[in-house]
Design a protein around this ligand. Structure first.
Ligand SMILES: [Zn+2]
Ligand SMILES: [Zn+2]
Length: 157
């Protein structure tokens, strides 16, 4: 038995959300076909208590970005980032974005899709594109996911 809507006590029924977006620090993501519950008044709820956190964890997880080459960090007080291929110094600001498709498999839900446009830094020396650090990219995606939730007015718990 599905719990009634916490706002209007209406009946909640399973639904699939239209694509929605979140952005943080040049990283933009689109969440598509996310299953959720909705009532007739349009109030929204995640499928279960840990759903929102599981998706944010997936976006924070280094394994999600393993296909990207990672810069070598140099320096202590002022960090510089070097190309992993030719050791040329990388630009401070992203030069481009690369699309990553993530299959989101959350407990108790059918899989859906998150497309992440990951900011990348193109090496002026050899033309290879990489990310500064996997932690930085994961943190941006984590925050962008939170913004995406707010944009569709779905309470995280
Ligand atoms: Zn409602
Ligand atoms: Zn290079």
């Amino acid at each position: 038995m599905n719990k009634p809507c916490s706002k209007c006590k209406g009946e909640m029924s399973p639904s699939i959300h239209e694509p929605f977006h979140g952005e943080e620090g040049g990283l933009r993501l689109t969440i598509s076909d996310m299953p959720y519950d909705a009532c007739a008044q349009g109030h929204k709820r995640f499928l279960n208590l840990t759903f929102a956190a599981q998706l944010m964890d997936l976006m924070l997880n280094p394994a999600t970005y393993q296909k990207f080459p990672i810069a070598t960090e140099k320096g202590f007080f002022k960090k510089t980032y070097l190309c992993p291929a030719c050791a040329h110094e990388l630009p401070d600001a992203p030069t481009d974005a690369q699309r990553l498709e993530v299959r989101a498999e959350i407990e108790g839900a059918q899989p859906f899709k998150v497309e992440v446009d990951v900011p990348v830094y193109t090496c002026a020396g050899c033309g290879k594109a990489c990310i500064h650090s996997i932690k930085e990219t994961g943190t941006l995606a984590f925050k962008a996911t939170g913004h995406a939730y707010r944009s569709i007015d779905i309470p995280p718990t």
